[in-house]
Design a binder for this molecule. Structure first.
Ligand code: DOR
Ligand code: ZN
Length: 432
């Protein structure tokens, strides 16, 4: 199958390209990327799409997704998660291991890969657990998991409280050139809290998680990364303190990268006032000062990547009292639109934003993605920057309808998602 994407604004931060141009896709690869590719030179049967006014970027990569299968299929399946991914403009996702069973063995990693391949939607890269059942006691078989296809190691959802175990995890992962992805939370400080500790938690009378619960663990893990020389990736950064610590560590030459999620640069703990359990997430929505620091960290490069932390849950998980609700929000279908607000607000250039959503995640996960260079896999996302749309949770592809953004009006949307040269999503309103 051949596809000619014509006349769009091709924005490829991996090659510092931002110009009008055409892309020719043949047999799943980018065959040509030029300012003009004449139709008559293309193979017979080439499908041409006129993309004037649209932005053509390397397929977006969500490096932090929860797909819930095996075990929690009522929240999400690999198939429904991949449908949500391509609808949100993501051609690749890395999925966290907190399934049931936990992805702490070759068989679970292989199961995920086989299921994902059967869906033929987005590319799925499993992240394996650091410890068996993510209980923080026994390390998993890193080599075996890497060989089975795991691209990184994380006990995401839970911190590794044992510093000795974290040290060994960093050492083993380093010998395999795979990142350790840290969920930074000191359990003794967070102590089962339901929201951020501050004036709002006091007013609402909810148990609270102080920012220092994150900062303490970020500091520990940075020290361990420095000590071991291993590559550390810090997941879902939410505090000003964490941003400062990561910035300082980078200046010292520590091999650290970091991600944040859209809800941390869009919302604050004020959003919890209505007791909407869709605002319950770990780490929790923080203060306005934290949000400002996250934006600064994105702008100055301290925070390398934006990931959705897509955490779909069922109605029964969320339609309960705030204290008892599961934490997390569905993110794959809102991540791009929320992130485009950083461009509208002057925090990031469009190129810097796309860099944090494709080439940087690819680099951190060491996957051969995130570029529109000739010869690369034809994973392409097309964005309509002018498209105004309103989020209706009922229309989400994800099984998880748990979003605090229901009814929000957005500008900018993925309208075409091409994975391996095949169209996997096309916006219904955008068809000719
Ligand atoms: O809010 C969260 N939900 N934070 C996590 O770390 C895990 C995630 C989940 O798996 O639901
Ligand atoms: Zn997560």
């Amino acid at each position: 199958m051949t596809l000619l994407l014509k006349g769009g604004r091709v924005l490829d931060p991996s090659r510092s390209i931002d110009r009008e141009g055409d892309l020719l896709i043949v047999d799943g690869k980018i065959a040509q990327s030029r300012s003009q590719i004449p139709k008559k030179g293309c193979p017979p049967g080439t499908e041409t799409l006129d993309l004037q006014g649209k932005i053509v970027v390397p397929g977006l990569i969500d490096m932090h997704t929860h797909l819930r299968e095996p075990g929690f299929e009522y929240k999400e399946t690999i198939a429904s998660g991949c449908e949500a991914a391509v609808a949100g403009g993501f051609t690749s996702v890395a999925c966290m291991p907190n399934t049931n069973p936990v992805n702490d063995s070759r068989s679970v990693t292989e199961f995920i890969r086989t299921k994902a391949a059967g869906c033929s939607l987005a590319n799925v890269y499993p992240i394996a657990a650091i410890s068996m059942k993510s209980e923080g006691v026994l390390l998993t078989e890193f080599w075996d998991l890497k060989e089975a296809g795991a691209v990184g190691f994380s006990d995401d959802g839970r911190p590794v409280m044992n510093a000795g175990l974290m040290r060994r995890a960093l050492e083993y992962a380093s010998s395999l050139d795979a990142p350790v992805i840290a969920h930074c939370e000191d359990k003794n400080l967070s102590a089962g809290g339901a929201m951020h500790e501050g004036d709002v938690s006091t007013e609402l009378g909810l148990s609270a998680i102080p920012g220092i619960a994150e900062d303490v663990m970020v500091a520990r893990d940075l020290l361990l990364a420095e000590y071991t020389g291993a590559a550390l990736h810090i997941a879902h950064v939410s505090t000003a303190g964490a941003v400062r610590l990561i910035r300082e560590a980078k200046a010292r030459g520590v091999r650290v990268t970091a991600e944040t999620a859209p809800h941390y640069f869009i919302l604050t703990d004020e959003a919890v006032r209505g007791f909407d359990t869709n605002t319950k997430v770990y780490p929790p929505l923080r203060s306005a000062a934290d949000r400002a620091a996250i934006r600064e960290g994105l702008a100055d490069g301290t925070i390398d990547a934006i990931a959705s932390d897509h955490a779909p849950h069922g109605r029964t998980d969320k339609e309960v009292e705030f204290d008892y609700a599961s934490s997390g929000l569905t993110g794959l279908e809102t991540s791009l639109a929320l992130s485009l607000r950083l461009v509208a607000d002057g925090v990031l250039s469009l190129s810097a934003l796309i860099e944090k959503m494709a080439p940087r995640p690819a680099g951190i996960l060491r996957i051969p993605k995130g570029t529109l260079a000739e010869g690369a896999d034809a994973d392409v996302t097309v964005i309509d920057p002018e498209r105004i749309w309103t989020l209706d949770r009922a229309l989400l592809r994800s099984r998880g309808k748990n979003t605090p953004f229901h009814g929000w009006v957005f500008k900018g949307k993925a309208v075409l998602t091409v994975v391996g040269g095949a169209i996997r999503y096309r916006d219904p309103q955008d068809r000719p």
